[in-house]
Design a protein around this ligand. Structure first.
Ligand code: TZD
Ligand code: CA
Length: 531
């Protein structure tokens, strides 16, 4: 007899899901006991950190990641992180241990009452198999559902007495199954789109995270060059889809209706690829499009296509769409956009460094292929201005703005990609939501460098408080947090670097080392809003 557990590990193996991110409880122990030696278990100390690490890992590998949580309490702790995974289209196969089948109805301790409902609407699909013999098939469905466009998190609750039972005859073919996708333009669609792009006098490209997750960045460059079009990154950017030192690059669009319309004014065709239209944040009513502009939206997400307030959309595989457009659109003959001006080097004021000076120093000393995970909310535009992102997979930010992603995701990305150095840029507020991921970084001796941008306040909220006439709101400052002691407590080497010279010394030493390092950097507060 093949047990449900044996068949499950074979299924996970065939799908390359041999890294398990989890935090265990009694319900999960029967699954985890005797973990095969080709699997590794990455323990996180809080489920928000577990999910954040898995999210970073899945985004960096471009493949689903497997998560194992403890019943309802563990699921609840992870759910904030699922807001990010949902909007970054991160494929997560999340499992949770359930109490013994026959006892769930009595609501015994650690039963997950109505388990499939709990994580909705932050998962694409959730289930608790109706019978033990359906567990392996349900997990197979979970992997394929998470991996189908638009990718995202899925959830399966498994009663722990199921693992030792007979996998059943229905499990026989599951491990060998494949589900693949096509999703390219039809010949007519490609001809129409090519004609539309070619006919535009002044087109502009707006690129989103799914260009980077499809690793279609090079095709985006070819298309931009053929069109001689300026390129903006879609607002609230969770990834970098286009090299930000390319002459066509213009910046990240503001996350506001009127702000976007003003930036795109004068264009007759706005081509949005791999992003929602649009992910606004600040309420800033106005016209949704500049006068005379048409918007064309290419997305892998039918939900994004359906809910946009303007434009015509095509639901398509992003990599294939960009490859075929880059090959089909002829050179426009228009002059290339002039490269935008680089910001002047930021002054380094010892005592309180400016964020700009810190980012200049990071850019000057980090390896060219470094990966940045950013969760410092008031300094995002400075990061984009001063740090170069060249290759695919160079930048990650929480896609729904749910804090607690940055520090764990930096650990997960470093685990996924030992060949590139990961630098976490984390605010002193944000760092606390996922701080325990430092312990996992120490235990796995991952060479991630965490830079805490410490201004003693929730800087972005201070700026919002100004806009929303709420400057006397309580709870906006976070003074007196000793990050060096906290890091030391989790086993991570840490230093406070109040001057530019000390920062550069410690940063270059961290890059030369092979273990995690945290640098606590006092910085001045800046406003995230454009003047
Ligand atoms: N809680 C969670 C889980 N997510 C959030 N986005 C917030 C609270 C609200 N919030 C923001 O949207 S920005 C921010 C908070 C608390 C301040 C973060 O402060 P920081 O960075 O120190 O990390 P800055 O640069 O000082 O803004
Ligand atoms: Ca702060």
């Amino acid at each position: 007899m093949t047990t449900v557990k044996e068949a499950t590990f074979e299924l996970l193996r065939r799908h390359g899901l041999t890294t398990l991110f989890g935090n265990p409880g009694s319900n999960e122990l029967p699954f985890l006991a005797g973990l095969p030696s080709d699997f590794r278990y990455v323990l996180g100390l809080h489920e928000g950190a577990v999910a954040g690490m898995a999210d970073g890992y899945a985004q960096a590998t471009g493949r689903p990641a497997f998560v194992n949580l403890h019943a309802a309490a563990g699921t609840g702790n992870a759910m904030g992180a699922l807001t990010n995974a949902w909007y970054s289209h991160t494929p997560l196969v999340i499992t949770a241990g359930q109490q013994v089948r026959s006892t769930i109805g009595q609501e015994v301790m650690l039963s997950n009452v109505d388990a499939p409902t709990l994580p909705r609407p932050l998962v694409k699909w959730s289930s608790e198999p109706a019978d033990p013999s359906d567990v392996v098939r349900t997990l197979s469905q979970a992997v394929f559902t998470a991996s189908a466009d638009p990718q995202g998190p899925v959830y399966v609750s498994v009663p722990y007495d199921d693992w030792a039972t007979d996998a059943g005859i229905a499990a026989e073919h599951l491990a060998a199954r494949t589900v693949s996708r096509a999703g390219a333009f039809t010949t007519d669609q490609l001809a129409d789109l090519t004609a539309t792009l070619t006919a535009a006098n002044n087109p502009v490209l707006v690129l989103g995270p799914d260009v980077d997750s499809a690793r279609a960045n090079d095709s985006a460059v070819r298309l931009a060059e053929a069109l001689s079009a300026p390129v903006w990154v879609a607002p609230s950017a969770p990834r970098c889809p286009f090299p930000n030192r390319h002459p066509c690059f213009r910046g990240v669009l503001p996350a506001a209706v009127d702000g976007i319309t003003r930036k795109l004014d004068g264009h007759d065709l706005i081509i949005v690829i791999g992003a929602p239209v649009f992910r606004y944040h600040e309420y800033d009513p106005g016209r949704y499009l500049p006068d005379g502009a048409e918007l064309l939206h290419l997305t892998c997400d039918p939900g994004e296509a359906a809910r946009a307030p303007m434009g015509s959309a095509v639901v398509v595989d992003i990599r294939s769409a960009l490859e075929s457009l880059a090959a089909a659109v002829p050179a426009s003959g228009r002059p290339m956009p002039a490269p935008r001006e680089r910001p002047a080097p930021a002054p380094a004021v010892d005592g309180v460094l400016t964020p700009g000076a810190v980012f200049d120093a990071i850019n000057a000393h980090a390896p060219a292929d470094a990966v940045y995970v950013n969760e410092a909310t008031s300094t995002v535009s400075e990061v984009w201005d001063r740090i170069e992102f060249d290759s695919p997979g160079s930048y990650y930010f929480p896609a729904s703005g749910g804090l607690g992603f940055g520090l764990p995701a930096a650990v997960g990305v470093q685990l996924a990609d030992p060949g590139r150095r990961v630098i976490g840029l984390v605010g002193d507020g944000s760092a606390n939501y996922g701080l325990s991921a430092l312990w996992t970084a120490a235990q796995w001796n991952l060479p991630v460098v965490i830079i805490v941008l410490n201004n003693g306040t929730y800087g972005a909220l201070r700026a919002f408080a100004g806009k929303l006439d709420a400057t006397d709101a309580p709870g906006l400052d976070v003074p007196d947090i000793d990050f060096c002691s906290l890091a030391a407590g989790y086993g991570v080497d840490a230093h406070r670097t109040p001057t530019a010279d000390e920062f550069i010394d410690r940063f270059t030493a961290a890059l030369a080392g092979t273990s995690p390092v945290l640098l606590d950097v006092p910085i001045a507060t800046v406003s995230p809003f454009e003047d």
